[in-house]
Design a protein around this ligand. Structure first.
Ligand SMILES: CC(C)(COP(=O)(O)OP(=O)(O)OC[C@H]1O[C@@H](n2cnc3c(N)ncnc32)[C@H](O)[C@@H]1OP(=O)(O)O)[C@@H](O)C(=O)NCCC(=O)NCCS
Length: 328
C-alpha cells in the first residue's frame, strides 16, 4: 500500500518586504543579501494570522476532495497563534473536517517532513482516529509560520533570512500507487545552541526562571555547515532505503534556508542545480512552510511528470533533519 500526495496548496501574506525595505531597518543592502542568500524579498503577515494562512493553503490543497474523508490534520509550526487551541484544531474547525483528529508538531524547519512521516505511519498502520471511525484514508499535513514574530528585526545577519507563509499537502492511501518510497529522519544534538529561540513565560511564585532570549538566534556559519552535511546524510540514507541512486532522482526539493546552501548541497551530491527547486528568492526561509511551498512551486512549473522521483530534504533547529523519496 502506498501513501501519495494528491493535493498541494500555498498561501503567502499579501505584504511584500523587499531587501531595500530591510535596509531601512538595519545596516545592510540588496546586493549583500542577494549574493549571500539568494533572497530578493519575503512576505510578512500584516493582518493575517498563522491560522488564516494555514486554512487558505489547506483549502487549495483540498480542492474538491471530500472533507469527510480527512482523518488527520497535522500542522507543523514554531509560531502557533496560540498555545491552546493548537493551529491544527483551528484548521479542523474552520474547514469543517469533522472526522479528523488534529494535533501540532514542532520540529522546526524539518516540521513538515516529520509530519509527513507521522501521517504516513498512521495511515499505513490502520489507525482509526475515534470510536466507529474508519482507518485514516486521507490526511492533511500543513507547514504554517509567522516567523516575523520571532525574528530579531535589529539583527542584520538573521532578520534578512525569514518570512511568513503556509504550505499544505493532502496525503491519500492508495494501494495502486507507490507514493512515498522511503523516509529517513535524524536528530543531531544542538550541543552548542547554534539555532535557538526562547519563549517568554510568566514567572511562578515558587521559582524565578532566568529570562530566555525570545528571538530566533543563529550562528550562521555553523548552521550552514550542519545544513550541507545533514542534507547529504539524510538524502543518502533515504535513497538507500528506497533502493535508488542519486541519478534516479528527477527533482530535489530542499528546505529553503539559503540559496548557497542549496548550491553547496547540489555540489556535494554531484547533481546539477537545475534539478533543485529554488523558491527562496521570492519567499525567503519560512521554516516548516518552506518545503510544502517549494513542492507546490515545483508542481506549478509543469516540469514534473507522473512517475518522477523526488527527494525532499529538511534541516533546521533541534537540530533535526529528514529526507523523503517520493514517486510522483
Ligand atoms: C546568515 C548567513 C547568510 C551569513 O552569511 P555568511 O557568509 O556566513 O556571513 P558572515 O556571518 O560570515 O558575515 C560576513 C560579514 O558580513 C557581515 N554581515 C552579516 N549580515 C549582514 C547583512 N545583512 N548585511 C551586510 N553585512 C552583513 C558580518 O557582520 C560580517 O562582517 P565582518 O566580516 O566585518 O565581520 C549564512 O551564514 C547563512 O545563511 N546561514 C544559515 C542560515 C540559517 O541559519 N538558517 C536558519 C536555519 S534553517
Amino acid at each position: 500500500m502506498g501513501v501519495e500526495i494528491v493535493g498541494l496548496g500555498k498561501c503567502l501574506p499579501e505584504k511584500v518586504v523587499t531587501n531595500d525595505d530591510i535596509s531601512d531597518l538595519v545596516d545592510t543592502d540588496h546586493t549583500w543579501i542577494i549574493e549571500r542568500t539568494g533572497i530578493e524579498q519575503r512576505h510578512i503577515a500584516a493582518g493575517e494570522s498563522g491560522t488564516d494562512l494555514a486554512c487558505k493553503a489547506a483549502e487549495e490543497a483540498l480542492g474538491n476532495i471530500d472533507r469527510d474523508s480527512i482523518g488527520l490534520v497535522l500542522v507543523a509550526t514554531v509560531t502557533p497563534d496560540a498555545m491552546v487551541p493548537v493551529t491544527s484544531a483551528q484548521v479542523k474547525m474552520r474547514l469543517g473536517l469533522d472526522h479528523a483528529v488534529a494535533f501540532d508538531i514542532n520540529a522546526a524547519c524539518s516540521g513538515f517532513m516529520y509530519g509527513i512521516w507521522c501521517a504516513e505511519a498512521l495511515m499505513k498502520n490502520g489507525a482509526a482516529p475515534g470510536a466507529g471511525t474508519m482507518n485514516i484514508q486521507r490526511a492533511l499535513v500543513i507547514g504554517a509560520e509567522r516567523l516575523s514574530r520571532i525574528t530579531n528585526w535589529k539583527e542584520r545577519s538573521s532578520c534578512i533570512l525569514f518570512g511568513d507563509g503556509a504550505g499544505a499537502a493532502v496525503l491519500e492511501n492508495n494501494p495502486k500507487r507507490p507514493g512515498i518510497l522511503a523516509t529517513y529522519l535524524k536528530n543531531y544534538d544542538d550541543q552548542k545552541g547554534v539555532l535557538t529561540c526562547g519563549k517568554e513565560y510568566h514567572q511562578t511564585p515558587f521559582y524565578k526562571d532566568e529570562n530566555q532570549p525570545q528571538h530566533l538566534a543563529l550562528r550562521g556559519k555553523a548552521v550552514f555547515k550542519f545544513a550541507v552535511n545533514s542534507i547529504e546524510e539524510v538524502t543518502m540514507e533515504a535513497l538507500k532505503q528506497a533502493g535508488l541512486e542519486l541519478d534516479d532522482i528527477d527533482w530535489f526539493v530542499p528546505h529553503q534556508a539559503n540559496g548557497r546552501i542549496m548550491e553547496a548541497a547540489a555540489k556535494r551530491l554531484n547533481q546539477p542545480i537545475e534539478k533543485f527547486q529554488i523558491s527562496i528568492n521570492k519567499s525567503a526561509n519560512v521554516s516548516s512552510a518552506s518545503i510544502p511551498m517549494a513542492l507546490y512551486d515545483l508542481s506549478k512549473t509543469g516540469k514534473m511528470e507522473k512517475g518522477d522521483k523526488i527527494a525532499v530534504m529538511g534541516f533546521g533547529g533541534g537540530l533535526c533533519a529528514a529526507a523523503a523519496i517520493i514517486e510522483w
